[in-house]
Design a protein around this ligand. Structure first.
Ligand SMILES: C[S@@+](CC[C@H](N)C(=O)[O-])C[C@H]1O[C@@H](n2cnc3c(N)ncnc32)[C@H](O)[C@@H]1O
Length: 356
């Protein structure tokens, strides 16, 4: 049943702070890394640190098709045209561009995209269910809470002190408090954004916790340096591009695309070699504790000494199971510091564990 639901694009972009991931993984030149694909942005970003191999893995055929398309675009297009094709810059030539790059994808991905010209026309960065959820928020809810002027002011505040003052005075009004109760309830998030299935292992009061994290993020992190807030509030990357799309990273990624190998299936399927590090997104939240324990053990066995295992908790608590604690050291202090300045501030915890 779950497999069927994975066949829509759920995440057109990665909603996990790339710069924090790169620091947390502490990538070695010529190392081998496993990375959950999701929107593909962070998997591509790993290439900027010059590893030998990045194995991208995702259980969802649709996310894989999206990743192949992003790779084909990077391979064949200039930076300007990638921005046009993806939807960041206006263009009515996206179908023509698609026709010039599609042959660089395997047949399955071509069939997927040949059947979804509407998504391509609009720009692929808007394609996910998660992005559509934010679009509903931006169009129908946000205007009830803040005027455009107030929203734009947020992007002009440079210091934490300014943001704290602004938050207390202008931002944290009655409607801001109310929307979290409604819009971020388990029920609505499950039906509009995340899959209800994904909330099975969550026991905490979702809305209260998310509000606390978002408030902390608004105060701690400048919006002008935050592609996630930019996309949520502007509906596009208008003031800050995600790391993989920045001009200074573009050529490095383009030149190293052949170091990516793609595996479609559960993460275990990619555990065919010994890795120097793992970007595991928050996949452990979507499984029961016993499956998590089992998969964590397999990951540990395919980790080289010193390999970092990096993952996130959003709602369900996950960290190395007790029986594996003696095989890893947890960099909890560093991870807590990262969390304080996490640009994608919906998460409760970043976990960084290192194989001993
Ligand atoms: C776990 S979701 C979370 C999304 C994430 N928070 C983000 O910002 O992009 C990321 C991706 O993991 C994939 N996924 C979930 N469970 C997986 C598993 N056990 N093995 C491989 N991929 C998995 C999903 O298909 C999805 O594309």
């Amino acid at each position: 049943m779950l497999e069927k639901k994975f066949e829509i694009i759920r995440y057109a972009n990665c909603w996990e702070d790339t710069e924090i991931l790169l620091k947390a993984l502490s990538i070695k030149k010529s190392g081998k890394y496993l990375s959950i694909i999701s929107g593909g942005d962070n998997t591509l970003s790993l290439l900027t640190e010059d590893p030998d191999l990045v194995v991208g893995v995702d259980i969802s055929p649709a996310q894989i098709a999206l990743f192949y398309l992003k790779i084909a675009a990077f391979k064949n297009l200039s930076h300007d045209n990638v921005l046009k094709f993806f939807g960041i810059v206006e263009s009515d030539e996206r179908i023509e561009i698609y026709n010039t790059i599609k042959r660089d994808m395997p047949e399955g991905a071509q069939i997927y995209w040949d059947n979804h010209p509407g998504i391509i026309k609009k720009g692929i960065i808007f394609a996910g269910k998660f992005e559509r959820y934010f679009a509903i928020f931006r169009r129908y809810i946000l205007p009830l809470v803040h005027r455009r002027k107030t929203i734009e002011k947020l992007f002009a505040l440079n210091t934490r002190k300014e943001r704290l003052e602004f938050f207390k005075r202008n931002w944290n009004n009655f409607f801001w408090k109310l929307i979290f109760r409604i819009f971020f309830s388990k029920f609505l998030m499950g039906h509009l954004g995340r899959d209800p299935e994904f909330f099975r292992y969550v026991n905490e009061p979702v809305a209260v916790n998310i509000k606390w994290r978002v408030d902390r993020g608004i105060i701690n992190v400048p919006a002008s340096d935050n592609p996630y807030v930019d996309f949520i509030l502007h509906g596009n990357f208008k003031v800050c591009l995600p790391y993989y799309l920045r001009k200074k990273n573009f050529q490095k990624i383009k030149d190293r695309l052949d170091r990516i190998k793609i595996v479609q299936g559960p993460v275990e399927k990619a555990l065919i070699l010994r890795y120097d590090g793992f970007n595991l997104s928050d996949i452990f939240e979507y499984m029961d504790y016993n499956s998590f324990k089992n998969i964590y053990g397999q990951i540990l066995r395919s980790a080289k000494k010193g390999a970092r295992i990096v993952y996130r908790n959003m709602l369900a608590p996950r960290e190395s199971p007790p029986e594996y604690k003696k095989f890893v050291v947890s960099h909890a202090g560093i991870a807590r510091e990262f969390l304080k300045r996490d640009r994608a501030f919906f998460y409760s915890r970043i976990v960084i564990e290192e194989k001993l």
